[in-house]
Design a protein around this ligand. Structure first.
Ligand SMILES: [Zn+2]
Length: 363
């Protein structure tokens, strides 16, 4: 699709502004809206929207942001919701999941994707409410949900329910872990460092060493892709779902236009007022291990709604141990003993996670 950013104008900009407005971001008290012009206030509204939805806040409407703007304009009861392929998505689905969650019928991600778990929850709700059990969310099901939601506490129940199900304990033996080396050259090398190191190669090397350590400790390791193979984020998510893994670790390198930027960061699933307590725990363990091992800057764990985090059914953490655009960190990434200690740090974090140990951020 065409990209829209500061300076764009026309019918599409007007549509974007309308959706931002509907989502509660102010664009109307200025010239922008009257002129269908993408100016300063539209830019600010869009960045706020992107931030809230876990997108990269770059002020540009591309395919991901557009999809989120469309999702945001759906509200429960305006269309039928049911299981189909590809799944229905939107804020109406997230609202449905939130309500089912609060009522104790659902304990999956409130990610706005109507998947098998959501369908099962709908049928259970219908059975319990004396409605016809057809798995279709139409008028009568919405009415019953809204009526019951009024007498229960609405939001923020999800993380509680997920932890009731139990954060993993009992160790790493026989756990099914998917390792995902980001990108894949060719055709997608990711970011290339100033001395020529490709992000995809650096990620593959860490994944290889981490895989060995996990196997040594009796985990079952599944690789999302072969060396040199390329998959989209969505394809990686489907592989993880098909293989019923319990955890996905995805390795990338960070990058910046500023060569001085450096440090380690991690990402877990979060959207709106929901976040994955599993992802949060593991991402914070990873940060702690990486930062204490190398004295790297702590660029912290962040909640995001990237496709790999959003479209997977199990906890997923994306780890960026270093900045490939920082000449010093790039050089370290080509050093075998450094790469091995990165793999060690991530392994330790994974082990703590499966042992059920709280991360420092939770204490
Ligand atoms: Zn990357």
């Amino acid at each position: 699709m065409k990209l829209f950013r500061k300076g764009s104008s026309g019918r599409e900009v007007r549509d974007i502004q309308g959706r931002l407005l509907a989502a509660g971001f102010l664009v109307d008290d200025c010239d922008d809206f009257r002129r269908s012009y993408f100016g300063e206030t539209t830019d600010q509204a869009l960045r706020g929207f992107q931030q809230q939805r876990g997108l990269i806040a770059d002020g540009i409407v591309g395919p991901d942001t557009w999809k989120s703007l469309v999702d945001a304009s759906r509200s429960l009861g305006n269309r039928f919701l049911y299981l189909r392929e590809p799944p229905l998505r939107g804020d109406d689905v997230a609202d449905l999941q939130r309500r089912l969650n609060a009522l104790g019928f659902y304990s999956g991600k409130e990610d706005g994707i109507f998947d098998d778990d959501a369908a099962v929850a709908v049928e259970q709700f219908q059975r319990n409410s004396g409605l016809p059990v057809d798995g279709i969310v139409g008028t009568s099901t919405v009415e019953a949900l809204v009526r019951l939601s009024r007498v229960t506490k609405p939001s923020s129940v999800a993380p509680v329910r997920e932890s009731e199900k139990g954060l993993p304990t009992g160790g790493i033996t026989a756990r099914r872990v998917m390792l995902d080396a980001g990108h894949g050259y060719p055709p997608d090398p990711g970011v290339t460092g100033p001395a020529g190191l490709r992000e995809s190669d650096a990620a593959e090397r860490i994944v290889e060493l981490l895989g060995r350590k996990l196997v040594e400790h009796q985990a079952v390791v599944i690789y999302s892709r072969r060396r040199g193979e390329y998959l989209t984020e969505g394809e990686r998510a489907s592989r993880a779902n098909e293989q019923s893994v319990e955890l996905v670790l995805s390795i990338h390198m960070n990058s910046s236009a500023d060569p001085r930027a450096g440090g380690a960061s991690s990402y877990y699933f979060a959207s709106g007022n929901y976040h994955s307590p599993y992802g949060y725990r593991l991402a914070n363990h990873a940060q702690d291990e990486l930062v204490s091992s190398f004295g790297f800057r702590d660029c912290r764990a962040h909640g995001r709604a990237f496709p790999l985090l959003r479209e997977t059914r199990m906890p997923v953490v994306i780890i960026e141990p270093a900045f490939i655009t920082n000449p010093g960190e790039e050089a370290m990434l080509t050093d075998d003993s450094f790469v091995n200690s990165v793999a060690d740090a991530i392994f330790e974090a994974t082990l703590k996670y499966f042992l059920g140990i709280k991360s420092p951020a939770e204490k």
